[in-house]
Design a protein around this ligand. Sequence first.
Ligand SMILES: Cc1ncc(COP(=O)(O)O)c(C=O)c1O
Length: 459
Amino acid sequence: MSYDVNNYSMDQALADDRNHVWHHLTQHKPLEDNDPLMIVEGKGMRVLDAKGKEYLDAVSGAVWTVNVGYGRESIANAVRDQLVKMNYFANSAGSLPGAMFAQQLIDKMPGMSRVYYSNSGSEANEKAYKIVRQIAYKKFGGKKHKILYRDRDYHGTTITALSSTGQLQRKDQYGPFTPGFVEFPHCSAYHSPNGGDADFGIQAARLMEDAILREGADTVGAVVIEPITAGGGVIVPPAGYMKEVRRICDKYNVLLHIDEVVCGLGRTGKWFGYQHFDIIPDIVTMAKGVASGYAAISCTVTTEAVFDAFKDDPSDTMSYFRDISTFGGCTAGPAAALENMRIIEDENLLENVQKMGAYLNERLHGLAEKYQVIGDIRGEGLFQGIELVVDRETREPVHESVAAGVAADCMANGVIIGRTNRSFELHNNTLCLSPALIVGKSEIDEIVDAIDNALGRIA
Ligand SMILES: Cc1ncc(COP(=O)(O)O)c(C=O)c1O
């Protein structure tokens, strides 16, 4: 028995994993006879598995997280230095990296003001919901407590985050859900009969207004949306949509909460996805790319107006935000996030995302000319989706085994791509690409060529 992971045989590691680890999103029955994938090393955009096979990772750690790439010694050093100085104290006290990262983050988010730290995207969203609920009690006698969410959007894995998630298959078997969450329709032009209308963005936003009116505006406290729907099929909002959503929220005194867990920190070529649409939200949540997976950190960021609702008479013992996050006090998170942000700035990665995103999109459109099975290419920056259909006219989705087959073929040939998975029963048909923000042309060629070859064999 050893505690030294550097002296651990790969065979033993695989055996221990098979015997004792429960993996996320995984049916373990096949692992009775097969080894699990175990990734043991990474550098830049490439990773190595326990059997020595190398892969080009086109999805930043499978779930769009490792924005600055693998093997960043400067982040590891920043975290190490911080940990030996001061690793943890509860977040009711401040920390040096916590203060500095909050200032740097707010600097990139004009109109926003306060940062609340926790550890995962789901948790950051839960904090936002609690903020909305408490404001409802403080200002509106508890009435304005409902939170609207959109069909196809995902906001996390906890029961309440799932309650605000518009993905039926992801939610199936986990109910009953938290009351007070209400769904409204998505804004996907490709999946809407009137998606070709010039004012489709306005029409789609008005569906949110319909939901507010149906519920009663005096009962709705907030709307939560992804700036670009990620796991729900890479859906970029149509022109005019976000501004109209903002206008409607203002009209009915509804807070606008943007979930930047995927798009935040540069993925789309701006610091945040919502910044493509010339709006200022009331609440923004973020996680994955905040520290590129070098430490667990998430942030719930609010305007000063939202924060002000909790500044009150200190003798009222129930008036402050009575939330607690034990690991929100871990200093490794903001220490890693600071260095992660410095890298994005110093290496001009936002510019690289814009250039390489355009190149990736162009190459994917080239593939669409070759393969009828490609129904739509969608995305912004280095977040791109390829929807596979049986027929371009009817837009009938392919069976999920086709998308799974393409991803498996790429994997067998050393390129890891993603796909929508267990989101909607009939729509697990979109391939997803989200390479690290450092990606270059040759790596994009390698990724697209792998998909080209896979489609040639399978579709
Ligand atoms: C848009 C969005 N929000 C929230 C989450 C939940 O984040 P976490 O898995 O860190 O709880 C995810 C995870 O994929 C996500 O895609």
